[in-house]
Design a protein around this ligand. Structure first.
Ligand SMILES: NC(=O)c1ccc[n+]([C@@H]2O[C@H](COP(=O)([O-])OP(=O)(O)OC[C@H]3O[C@@H](n4cnc5c(N)ncnc54)[C@H](OP(=O)(O)O)[C@@H]3O)[C@@H](O)[C@H]2O)c1
Length: 165
């Protein structure tokens, strides 16, 4: 069965972005993101697409949601709204990853059934925040703590949630 899985990293105050980029540099989180998403379809908003240093994300099918398709070029597929993004990703594989940002997470909140969250143990200046605040319908099924080290300046916790029916 097809699962829409939200994947996001956030600070203590649900911060996810600042000035069109991530508030931190955490190779351990980038590595987890890569391990989970490679080989899959990823769906993102136009601003997250703009923020990528390498476009498209390699070895993944890239779908960008936008009402301005002319801004994207030929390196990604375009979805003009949620319905179109869903139609394009049906019957492709088991798990489709919703990789942000805030607007796209919010659009997929109702239909997502899994969340891979990285909780970063720090507070950051931010202009974009994780929009899902009601965890009543989500059950934590896995948690993995990674202590800060030479490459990663903050303690992080990888969490996996499943939606409760
Ligand atoms: N920490 C994390 O895990 C993480 C993950 C991803 C992104 N980020 C950060 O989050 C920030 C970007 O997030 P954001 O919320 O500002 O922007 P975003 O969600 O990446 O992109 C917003 C744009 O996507 C398009 N869009 C969104 N929903 C749509 C819908 N239902 N139908 C059609 N188009 C839709 C619109 O594009 P048009 O205006 O072109 O119509 C909208 O302006 C950046 O700072 C980025 O680095 C953080």
């Amino acid at each position: 069965m097809l699962t829409y899985a939200i994947i996001s990293a956030m600070g203590k105050n649900s911060e996810i972005g600042i000035n069109g980029r991530l508030p931190w540099n955490l190779p351990a989180d980038m590595q987890r993101f890569k391990e989970l998403t490679v080989g899959h379809t990823v769906i993102m908003g136009r601003k997250t697409w703009d923020s990528l240093s390498v476009k498209p994300l390699p070895n993944r099918r890239n779908i960008v949601m936008t009402t301005h398709p002319q801004l994207i070029g030929d390196n990604a597929e375009i979805a003009g709204d949620l319905q179109e993004a869903v139609a394009m990703s049906q019957n492709v594989e088991n798990e489709v990853f919703v990789i942000g940002g805030a607007k796209v997470y919010a659009a997929f909140e109702k239909i997502a059934s899994k969340m891979y969250l990285t909780k970063v143990n720090g507070s950051f200046a931010a202009d974009t925040f994780f929009p899902i605040t009601d965890f009543t319908h989500w059950r934590l099924i896995e948690e993995n703590f990674i202590r800060k080290n030479n490459n990663n300046n903050f303690d992080i916790t990888f969490q996996t949630y499943e939606k409760i029916d």
